[in-house]
Design a protein around this ligand. Structure first.
Ligand SMILES: [Zn+2]
Length: 54
């Protein structure tokens, strides 16, 4: 699989976690976001992809 490893903050693990089944979605305001589940616990995670690079 050539999937990029994307991490986000999981509120359940209270730590950074890898996205599982990440999907790029567009929010109502047109901003891109990433939707997926925590690879560790399966909790839904959502990450806004802003233009800012962190
Ligand atoms: Zn988690």
């Amino acid at each position: 699989m050539a999937e990029k490893k994307v991490t986000g903050y999981c509120v359940k693990c209270r730590a950074k976690s890898e996205f599982k089944n990440s999907k790029e979605v567009k929010m109502k305001n047109g901003r891109p976001a990433l939707k997926g589940t925590c690879a560790k616990c399966g909790t839904g995670m959502y990450r806004i992809l802003s233009a800012k690079k962190k």
